[in-house]
Design a protein around this ligand. Structure first.
Ligand code: IPM
Ligand code: MG
Length: 352
């Protein structure tokens, strides 16, 4: 089969890890007789430097017409000026919105060989296999009004937490569908004791829960959920939550896996195409050193094969090779090991 993939390597370690994921995809193409055509574009800080915009209309159009988009990371100290009119992160948010990728899937699994890499007690980590479904195109990130002004002689800043019923419904339905292929349990995380948007969230979750009696639904307040992720993560299966809560909880959950460098994500829309990116950032402190962990991006490429191209066997072959590589003791610096980004990928490729 033929697929067009737009690559957005971005900033910092982004280009280093995307290069390695492309090598893995090329092995898949030759082993399983597929053709992947890659088109590389700038997005984030590098795009501000070249075009004066973190995401140009042309790049967004190329991403929309591709079969899938693979992204590295964006951002860095160079573009951190709070007064700047554009920021790398704005490009990422405009891309998510422009592609309509409303659901961000962030699987968090603990590889048995990495249990000691997490600061948590080993017995807490056994059997952890969570799928966080983060709403990605609504909430505080996009609500209007937003901005700064002066009111009653005071400087003021406003962000708006807004959700429409259909935005909650579509991500909730996806969470229930995904739960059916897993342990049939959904934890819907909100702050319904305080926020009106959360009361709408909970109302819709309850309704969809009633329509899917084979799936167990539990509501959990976000503060409780943040504690539960550390005290009893093995009890969680699918966790569905709004944009900002999902951003925070997934960084917390990454601690379970031993390193943020391990975790992939898939951002899905109503269409087959999607946006695939590791959950880690651009890591400016190690950029250019060739020591970043490529696994989050390589596993994101596997998710692309599964969700956008329906190539389950190929996706599993990458995941199995990553598992075997970790089992064999191969480690990059984030996991306390000596391997470079390239060497880690070579180890994975040798097991595919
Ligand atoms: C993430 C990141 C982004 C987010 C930033 C870079 C805008 O933290 O993907 O989790 O907040 O969504
Ligand atoms: Mg984040």
């Amino acid at each position: 089969m033929n697929f067009n993939i737009t690559l957005l390597p971005g900033d910092g370690i982004g280009p280093e890890v995307v290069t390695e994921a492309v090598r893995v995809l090329e092995i898949i193409a030759s082993k399983y007789n597929h053709a992947f055509a890659f088109a590389e574009r700038l997005m984030g800080g590098c795009s501000i430097d070249k075009f004066g915009s973190s995401l140009t209309d042309e790049t967004l159009a190329d991403c929309k017409s591709a079969d899938a988009v693979l992204l590295g990371a964006v951002g860095g100290p160079k573009w951190d000026d709070p007064a700047a009119k554009d920021r790398p992160e704005r490009g990422l948010l405009a891309l998510r919105k422009g592609l309509g990728v409303f659901a961000n899937l962030r699987p968090v699994k603990v590889h048995p060989a990495l249990i000691d890499s997490s600061p948590l007690k080993p017995e807490k980590l056994e059997g952890v296999d969570i799928l966080v479904v983060r709403e990605l195109t609504g909430g505080l990130y996009f609500g209007w009004p937003k901005g700064r002004d002066f009111k009653d002689g005071r400087e003021r800043a406003v962000d708006t937490l807004e959700y429409y019923d259909y935005e909650v419904k579509r991500v909730m339905e996806l969470a229930f569908t995904l739960a059916k292929g897993r342990k049939k349990k959904v934890t819907s995380v909100d702050k319904a004791n305080v926020l009106e948007s959360s009361r709408l969230w909970r109302q819709i979750a309850t309704k969809i829960g009633k329509e899917n009696p084979d799936v167990e639904l539990e509501h959990m307040l976000v503060d409780t959920a943040s504690m539960r992720l550390i005290t009893g993560p093995a009890w969680m299966d699918v966790v569905v939550t709004e944009n900002m809560f999902g951003d925070i909880l997934t960084d917390e959950a990454s601690v379970l896996a031993g390193s943020m460098g391990m975790l992939p994500s898939a951002s899905l829309s109503e269409s087959a195409s999607g946006l695939y990116e590791p959950i880690h950032g651009s890591a400016p402190d190690i950029a250019g050193k060739g020591i970043a962990n490529p696994i989050g991006t390589i596993l994101s490429a596997a998710m692309m094969l599964r969700h956008s191209f329906k190539l389950e066997v190929e996706a599993a072959s990458i995941e199995n090779a990553v598992d075997a590589t970790i089992t064999a003791g191969c480690r990059t610096a984030d996991l306390g090991g000596p391997l470079s980004t390239r060497q880690m990928t070579d180890e994975i490729i040798s097991r595919m």
